[in-house]
Design a protein around this ligand. Structure first.
Ligand code: NAP
Length: 330
């Protein structure tokens, strides 16, 4: 039985990855910042909370990580913990840089000290590419970084720490450069979750208005449960290498909202309010990636169209709202 340590296990990807690895018969250990206060609702929803071990640790404290690795002897380490919101990174630039960079440096250092054979996955992001000229799209693995947010800058620094450790110390350390991926477990501050949750509640007569910022941005959206499979595949390869994980299509946020409302039979103009106060200081206008290398080398099979993604997200959101309301009645 292999052992995997996952940081950020309480988040969207952490929960889906746990569930995926448990199905592959892994022993799964999750690192959380505060075991007594940790929000395990995502893990509970997927039926994974009773099958994993949670360990409290401060990823900014190297000695703490060394002890955990020494004691639990993992084969694989998935580093998903991060201040993951682009918007929040403009409000908390220093905290974002500090955590998103130092936690990566620490976990890599700990692996070098305890066991350099532990395979390491880092959650890199398409936000590292940032400002990309339209004629250069789609983005591939070797593209230059021009991040436009403290979040993107922090992820770019963390990315290079991984590459540097791989090249300098021959660690099996890789970065998955993931484009936006969504699910019902997406945090409530993310725009896609806000759209889906509000739209379904409008349909149910529970809410009436949806406030949005800039809807003219184009993103490459995918489905989280399928993206975590690529993380695992990257650690099963003979040689460590970074991959772009994306759907390969760009759609505007406007189109995202329109499709959700259309599929729910709602009229946009009756409910959606645009608010320039919600715009970011700097915005990445259009970005999408090329997943050919991930499909070819990893055998990652992603074929979910944008239409099917929206249908799946709506269906999942309806089920989730039903689950939550039943929980609240208990
Ligand atoms: P998420 O739902 O926001 O989860 C973030 C996780 O990080 C949570 O478990 C959170 O723990 C933990 N965390 C945050 N700050 C922490 C801190 N100071 N100390 C310890 N733990 C902390 O994010 P996600 O969508 O699953 O994304 C997983 C990773 O992929 C992140 O690194 C994200 O930046 C990256 N990524 C995501 C996307 C995407 O579209 N989802 C795309 C590219 C890259 P708490 O429960 O304690 O808050």
């Amino acid at each position: 039985m292999k052992t995997a340590v996952i940081t950020g296990i309480t988040g969207q990807d952490g929960a889906y990855l746990s569930s995926f690895l448990l199905n592959k018969n892994y022993r799964v250990i999750g690192i959380v910042r505060n075991a007594s206060k940790s929000n395990v609702k995502n893990l509970k929803y997927l039926g994974a909370s009773d099958r994993i071990t949670l360990i409290e640790a401060n990823l900014l404290d190297l000695s703490n990580i060394i002890r955990i690795l020494d004691k639990n002897k993992p084969d694989e380490f998935y580093n998903l913990a991060a201040q993951s919101s682009v918007s929040l990174s403009f409000e908390q630039p220093i905290g974002t840089l500090e955590f998103n960079i130092i936690s990566v440096a620490n976990t890599l250092e700990a692996i070098k000290v305890v066991n350099p054979k532990i395979k390491y996955y880092q959650a890199s992001s398409s936000e590292m590419f940032g400002k990309v000229k339209k004629e250069s799209l789609p983005v591939k693995e070797d593209f230059v970084f021009y991040p436009v947010s403290p979040y993107g800058i922090s992820k770019a620094a963390a990315h290079w720490l991984v590459v540097n450790n791989r090249e300098g110390y021959r660690l099996f350390a890789v970065c998955g450069i993931l484009f936006n991926h969504e699910s019902v477990l997406r945090g409530s501050s993310f725009v896609t979750k806000k759209i889906l949750n509000t739209a379904v509640k409008i349909k149910m007569g529970l809410l009436n208005k949806l406030e949005l910022g800039n809807v003219k941005i184009y993103r490459d959206w995918g489905y989280s449960p399928k993206y975590v499979e690529a993380m695992w595949l990257m650690l099963q390869q003979e040689f460590p290498k970074d991959y772009v994980i994306c759907s390969g299509e760009a759609h505007s946020l406007e189109e995202f909202v329109q499709k959700v409302f259309e599929k729910l039979g709602l009229a946009l103009e009756d409910h959606v309010v645009l608010d320039t106060g919600l715009h970011r200081p700097v915005e990445l206008e259009k970005i999408y990636g090329d997943n050919a290398e991930a499909k070819r080398a990893l055998g990652w099979n992603y074929d979910m169209s944008f239409d099917r993604l929206i249908e799946t997200l709506i269906k999942d959101e309806i089920q989730y709202i039903d689950y939550e309301s039943k929980l609240n009645q208990i």
